[in-house]
Ligand binder design. Structure first.
Ligand SMILES: NC(=O)C1=CN([C@@H]2O[C@H](COP(=O)(O)OP(=O)(O)OC[C@H]3O[C@@H](n4cnc5c(N)ncnc54)[C@H](O)[C@@H]3O)[C@@H](O)[C@H]2O)C=CC1
Ligand SMILES: O=C(O)C1=N[C@H](C(=O)O)C[C@H](O)C1
Length: 255
């Protein structure tokens, strides 16, 4: 779809949610963006098409995001997706679908906060220089999924960097762990999830060598921290046809 009068028509899915309600407000105050639809669970998806939306922001739930994005692509609507649940198979399926709609752009952003994007890149850059690495993510207790999408993505980037550099998995003499105390393992990296009232979204990458430790920590204290990235995603997505995984795809980080 083309932009009219340089205004980008935007729809928000999940508009009553913690993130969706912030995104509605962010779109409404962003110059050059126009909110044309706001949909919640059970609303008629055809509203998305009838509203003339050019970009859909998906901030819903892992169980629905794939169908939402599939619908948007089929109707030529670009998608900016913050919802978690995009595993390797889902991303591969998405790329196949996008091959049939080469004009459509989709951004899958595990985290829209600038600091979190940088923390992921710093973790990737540091990954091969330490014998041990683990990720700890800490979130509010209403979160549906664990580990967080950001932690899973961070672990994948770390795992890939270590494999490419020929670095072995972190040493670990654990022989018995019947209750999963060592956490999940994503791409060879242990990931630990904390859920606690009062938290929003926080993550540490811990990297250790004999005699030293590097901690790369990011804290989102408020969901406003995600909105610069959401608006950037909306402005950029039509200029980047195909799949972009990670907001860093739209940022010149020089890393
Ligand atoms: N990428 C990022 O920077 C961030 C991503 N998230 C992710 O965004 C998602 C939403 O998080 P929250 O806002 O905290 O959740 P939430 O539970 O507060 O909001 C989700 C909303 O989506 C609605 N919904 C469910 N299915 C729907 C459908 N098919 N169509 C339209 N609406 C639907 C729900 O009724 C609810 O209002 C989660 O996957 C979360 O992990 C959250 C924060 C930042
Ligand atoms: O559910 C959340 O709150 C968040 N979800 C995303 C994730 O799973 O990584 C992004 C951020 O951590 C907040």
């Amino acid at each position: 779809m083309t932009e009219s009068n340089n205004t980008i028509k935007v729809a928000v899915l999940g508009h009553r949610g913690r993130m969706g309600s912030e995104a509605v407000a962010a779109v409404e105050r962003a110059p050059g963006l126009e909110l044309v639809a706001a949909l919640g669970r059970g609303d008629d998806f055809l509203t998305l098409v009838d509203s003339g939306a050019q970009v859909m922001i998906d901030l819903t739930v892992p169980e629905s995001t794939r169908d939402n994005v599939r619908f948007a692509i089929d109707h030529g609507i670009h998608a900016v997706v913050g919802t978690t649940g995009w595993d390797a198979q889902a991303l591969a399926d998405l790329e196949s679908q996008l091959a049939e709609h080469p004009e459509v752009g989709v951004l899958i952003a595990p985290n829209f906060a600038v600091g979190a994007v940088l923390a992921m890149k710093f973790s990737e850059a540091a990954a091969a220089f330490f014998e041990s690495v683990e990720v700890v993510e800490l979130h509010h207790p209403d979160k549906l999924d664990a580990p967080s999408g950001t932690a899973a993505r961070t672990a994948s980037l770390i795992g890939k960097a270590r494999r490419e550099a020929g670095v072995a998995d972190s040493p670990d003499a654990t022989q018995t762990d019947p209750d999963g105390a060592r956490g999940a393992v994503v791409d060879g990296v242990h990931v630990h999830s904390v859920r606690m009232r009062g938290l929003v979204a926080h993550q540490e990458t811990l990297l250790g060598n004999t005699g030293e430790q590097l901690t790369i920590r990011h804290d989102s204290f408020d969901r406003i921290s995600f909105m610069t990235g959401v608006v950037l995603g909306v402005r950029e997505v039509a200029k980047h046809p195909g799949l972009t995984h990670g907001l860093d795809g739209y940022m010149d980080l020089g890393l």
